[in-house]
Structures are given as structure tokens and as C-alpha cells.
Design a protein around this ligand. Structure first.
Ligand code: NAG
Ligand code: NAG
Ligand code: NAG
Ligand code: NAG
Length: 549
């Protein structure tokens, strides 16, 4: 994507802007006032026509209803739940409900209902969203009739979000919408957000609020990096000592089976998959506290030093443990995929341990510890394959040449732009599906509008054939938790993750940064109005400012 000369000047100006001087720079505020021909819809639909003919919604009498031909009737609690949610989003914050009623009484009757028509014989009301779920929908709004048509409930959820974004308030506060035609579907099937609940424990309330924000941005995968070195908050029924010993606190800083169930159901109702990550053999210090002999004892000279390294790959007990553990995981988490990590394995401890050295000799691995890592991962993948789950792994596992099932998803996270583009080319030329995260490590922050760089990164931008590009199924925004907990998670993530959301949903050629700025500014205020403390993009104000919770 080429930056226009105007954009370049703007960026230079922003880059030199510091403190007070910023108040003189209202170039971008003027852009907001100018508005976008697409209103405030975010992410931008694939095909959208908004007319300048506008009309009112019929105040509090407005309803979202099932169309009489819909295959999902009133027993579809997922939809009924969504109708209430979106009604609340559209009307819940009405400045003065009497205003809206008056406008309706004086003027035309106004638009009285939005009909939702699920067309497929199996609407998937009670199912879980999947990688292959159909999220397409068509939305048509005119003065007398508003119709949302979707093959499955997943598309209806996306369309309800879009409908709610089309409604705005006129100068009297009356809910207004323009005649609109939209036909929409996502560019990528996998649009994820990674949250890390190990470096800091994240209260359930924060996780749910972010699932809510994800739905506002049409994200559909919650990658739950649930455990890591610092703590093990996942309460395992099979191995309760893992969180008893490994969590920051065994009662207050754990996710019970009921918590996990609640997160999964809350996500399902918003069309979001929950993909848990249990990263091994590295990043496992917290596992060792509750599971004796799981980690490798490190040596200092000829005696154990008292510290531990990665999972011990030479013991049969390790694999017995992993079999039971992942059997549990496969039943607790309904998604077809589990993320198995496999990144950043430190070989120093393995190297120090005489038993490991002996095993290396027996196996003929010489001094190549990546072969030992592969030995472990191979056995783990075989174990997980017996649970009928597919798996996602970080790129190192692929880089080390581990034999992978053909449906494995390779998650690219390393390197600079050139390096990750080369990696995407390499992974896809080997025939694997891939996800990109490198440009979307949102835990990295800097002064200024870094959402622009986030927005410009395109996962299909690398040298490869069309067939290779098709193997890119999406990407994830990652918010690692070293410096993040409930106090700052949401504003750090939003609206920066919204930039990723549009990149992954909208058409490839949606790259106009000025138009994106105009829509995103309003979208940001909409999130604020809905109770999400999303941080500002630049100097501006919201009609209704954040008032805390
Ligand atoms: C909606 O209609 C109003 C009134 O005609 C117009 O000013 C506005 O630009 C329209 N919005 C969009 C996004 O086209
Ligand atoms: C509104 O849309 C419906 C369905 O597309 C159509 O049948 C009807 O004629 C439209 N009405 C107006 C006033 O455009
Ligand atoms: C570990 O399992 C392998 C394969 O089943 C077996 O050959 C080996 O004897 C076992 N080792 C121990 C120490 O039990
Ligand atoms: C594609 O290959 C060309 C020629 O080798 C190189 O100049 C260019 O930087 C590459 N582009 C990407 C996105 O890797």
C-alpha cells in the first residue's frame, strides 16, 4: 500500500508533535468533521451503499424480530439474546427517551422493525462457531423495511453489529438511519485476539468485557494464553495440584471449570471461538510446582543446581501426564483446535543434565538440541492427535523441521517485516496454513498513532503464488501480559486492535488511512459509549465521554 503524499505530510507532522504543540494540530479533527461516505461502520463491509436518504427509527417501539420464513425461531436463544443486546446498544443510552418518542409522534411513523431471516436449514443456534463457519450476511434498510438475511446465526450476529453501527442520532437526539444496502463477509476466517492470563491474572470480568469489544469489531477467535512460566491459573480436574501450587493464589487467582464454561458460552453467544494455549516444553515453570518430575533438573557441574528447565522429554511419565492432561483439555474446550505453543525453548538446562546427554547419545542427536525438542513435540502432537483436535503451533516448531499433520496451523510471530514475510512464504510453500501476528504485538507501545502501522500490515503481502496466499487464513492481535493487568488491558488493546480487525475482515484494497481515521474515531467513541474504555486516537472528544464503571 502506497501512502499518499498528503498522508506522508500528516505523519511527519504527527511525529514532531509533542505535548502542548499538539493542540495546534487539528488537521485530523477536521477530517472527522468531514465524515466518511461510509458513516462510522467498522470494519468496513465488503459491499456497502449508504444513501443520503435518512429516516427515524420508531423510538422505543422499534423491535428486532424473526422473519416469518426464518429457520431460527424464538427457541434460538443465541439470537434472542443478541436482539436484546443490540436493542440495548441502539436505545439503551438514549439521552432523552421522550425526544425519540416525540419525533416519532410528530413525524412519519418511522422504521418499526428489523427482521432477521436465517435461510439455511441448519441455523447452528446451539452449535459452536468453527473455523469454517459462514459469517456472511446481507442487510437492506429503507424507510419501510429493514431486513437482515444470513445463512447461519453467525452471519446474523455480524449483521446485527453492522445495523447497530448504522444508527446515529440527529440534532434532537432521535435515532436515525440512512437507506443502506450491504452484502458482507470476512476476508479471513481466523481473526483473533490473544490475551495472556499468566503474567498477570485477568479477572473474568475483564475477559468478558474484551469478548464484548471483540464482537463490536467482528473478531471471532479468543486465543487464551492461559498459563505460562509465572503462573498456572487453569484449574484442572485431573491435576488440581497444578493450580493449587502454580497459581498466584489457589482460590482467588484461578479459573474454575465454571469460569471457563462461562467464558466459552459468553464467547459462543458472540460468535467467538475460544482456543486455549498450553505452551510446552518451554514456558512451563509454573507447571513444575504442582507436578513432580515434569521439568528437567538443571545441573551445575556434576550436581543438580535446584533449578528446573523445560519439560523433561526423556521420561515416560512426562507423556503419561500429557496424555491425561490433554484428554481433559479436549473435553473442556469444545473448539476443534488447541494451541500447543512450542516457542522459545532454552537448551541450556537440557545441555547441563547428564541423563539428557546420555539420551541424546542413545538417540544419535549429537549436540543438536532442536532434535530433542522435535522428539518431544512429535510425541506431544501424536498424543493430541488422539483427542481428535487440530493444533496450532508457534513458528519455531515448523522451523525446526518437526513432522506435522497436514492440517496444522503455523503461527508466525518472529522477526522484522522482511523476515516475517519470508517466513510466511516458506510456511505456505510447504503447504501449511498460517496465521500472522508479528506486526500485531499490541503490548509494544510507542508515542503517536501506531494504529496506522498496525493497519497497513497485510498478511498476504509476501512473495508467493495465489495458492500460497490462500493458505493464509488470518491473524491475531497479541497482548502479552508482562506489563498488563485489569488496570490497563482494555485501553491498551482498543482501538489499536480495531485496526487489525478491519485488516482481517475488510477487502484487501481498503487501505485509505484518512477514511479509516474518520470511521475509527467514531467507532472508538461508540465503544466508549458502550462501556469499553478504548483510548483516543488523537485530540478530539466523544459526544458521551467515558465515566468509569
Ligand atoms: C445520511 O444521510 C444524511 C442526511 O441526508 C447525510 O447528511 C449523511 O451524509 C448520510 N450518511 C452517509 C454515511 O451517507
Ligand atoms: C424497501 O425494501 C423492500 C425489500 O427490499 C422493498 O420490497 C420495498 O419496495 C422497499 N421500499 C421502498 C419504499 O423503497
Ligand atoms: C518407556 O517406554 C518405552 C516404550 O514404551 C519402553 O521401551 C521403555 O522401557 C520405558 N522406559 C521406562 C524407564 O519405563
Ligand atoms: C519479493 O521479491 C522481490 C525480488 O526478490 C523483492 O525485491 C521484494 O522485496 C520481495 N517482496 C516481499 C514482500 O517480500
Amino acid at each position: 500500500m502506497l501512502a499518499s503524499p498528503g498522508f506522508f505530510v500528516l505523519m511527519v507532522a504527527v511525529a514532531i508533535c509533542r505535548g502542548l504543540r499538539c493542540s495546534n494540530m487539528n488537521t485530523e479533527d477536521e477530517l472527522v468533521d468531514g465524515g466518511s461516505e461510509y458513516g462510522s461502520v467498522w470494519p468496513l463491509p465488503q459491499n456497502v451503499r449508504i444513501s443520503t436518504v435518512s429516516f427515524k427509527l420508531a423510538g422505543s417501539a422499534f423491535q428486532v424480530v424473526d422473519s416469518k420464513d426464518s429457520t431460527a425461531g424464538s427457541s434460538c436463544s443465541l439470537l434472542q439474546n443478541a436482539y436484546r443486546r443490540y436493542y440495548e446498544y441502539v436505545f439503551g443510552n438514549a439521552r432523552n427517551p421522550a425526544d425519540a418518542r416525540r419525533v416519532t409522534a410528530l413525524g412519519a411513523p418511522g422504521l418499526a422493525e428489523l427482521q432477521v431471516w436465517i435461510t439455511s436449514p441448519d441455523p447452528e443456534c446451539d452449535g459452536y462457531p468453527r473455523a469454517a463457519s459462514d459469517e456472511s450476511y446481507e442487510l437492506s434498510v429503507n424507510q419501510t423495511y429493514a431486513l437482515l438475511k444470513a445463512p447461519k446465526v453467525w452471519g446474523a450476529l455480524r449483521g446485527l453489529e453492522t445495523f447497530s453501527q448504522l444508527v446515529y442520532e440527529d440534532e434532537h437526539g432521535a435515532k436515525t438511519i440512512n437507506a443502506t444496502e450491504i452484502s458482507d463477509f470476512p476476508r479471513f476466517a481466523h481473526r483473533g485476539v490473544l490475551l495472556d492470563s499468566s503474567r498477570h491474572f485477568l479477572p473474568i470480568k475483564v475477559i468478558l468485557a474484551n469478548l464484548e469489544a471483540m464482537a463490536m469489531n467482528k473478531f471471532n477467535v479468543f486465543h487464551w494464553h492461559i498459563v505460562d512460566d509465572p503462573s498456572f491459573p487453569y484449574f484442572s480436574r485431573t491435576f488440581p495440584q497444578l493450580s493449587q501450587q502454580g497459581a498466584y493464589h489457589p482460590y482467588t487467582h484461578v479459573y474454575t471449570p465454571a469460569d471457563v464454561k462461562m467464558v466459552i458460552e459468553f464467547a459462543r453467544l458472540r460468535g467467538i471461538r475460544v482456543v486455549p494455549e498450553f505452551d510446552t516444553p518451554g514456558h512451563t515453570q509454573s507447571w513444575g510446582k504442582g507436578q513432580k518430575d515434569l521439568l528437567t533438573p538443571c545441573y551445575s557441574g556434576s550436581s543438580p543446581s535446584g533449578t528446573f528447565g523445560p519439560v523433561n522429554p526423556i521420561l515416560n511419565t512426562t507423556y503419561d501426564f500429557m496424555s491425561q492432561f490433554f484428554k481433559e483439555i479436549s473435553t473442556v474446550f469444545p473448539d476443534e483446535y488447541v494451541h500447543l505453543g512450542g516457542d522459545e525453548v532454552d537448551f541450556n538446562c537440557w545441555r547441563s543434565n547428564p541423563d539428557i546427554q546420555k539420551f541424546m547419545d542413545q538417540q544419535g542427536f549429537g549436540g543438536d538440541y532442536s532434535m530433542l525438542e522435535s522428539f518431544y513435540i512429535q510425541k506431544l502432537l501424536d498424543i493430541v492427535a488422539t483427542t481428535q483436535k487440530g493444533y496450532v503451533i508457534w513458528q519455531e516448531v515448523f522451523d525446526n523441521g518437526v513432522k506435522l499433520k497436514p492440517d496444522t496451523l503455523i503461527h508466525v510471530w518472529k522477526g522484522n517485516q522482511q523476515q516475517y514475510q519470508e517466513e510466511m512464504a516458506k510456511v505456505t510453500s510447504s503447504g501449511y496454513q498460517t496465521l500472522l501476528s508479528t506486526p500485531w504485538y499490541l503490548n509494544r507501545i510507542s508515542y503517536g498513532q501506531d494504529w496506522r502501522g498496525i493497519y497497513k500490515a497485510d498478511p498476504q503481502h509476501f512473495n508467493g503464488t495465489e495458492a500460497q496466499k490462500k493458505l493464509v487464513i488470518g491473524g491475531e492481535a497479541c497482548l502479552w501480559g508482562e506489563y498488563v493487568d485489569a488496570t490497563n488491558l482494555t485501553p491498551r488493546l482498543w482501538p489499536r486492535a480495531s485496526a487489525v480487525a478491519e485488516r482481517l475482515w475488510s477487502a484487501k484494497d481498503v487501505t485509505d488511512l484518512d477514511d479509516a481515521y474518520r470511521r475509527l474515531s467514531i467507532h472508538r467513541c461508540r465503544m466508549v459509549e458502550r462501556g469499553i474504555p478504548a483510548e483516543p486516537l488523537f485530540t478530539s472528544y466523544c459526544p458521551r465521554e467515558y465515566r468509569g464503571i
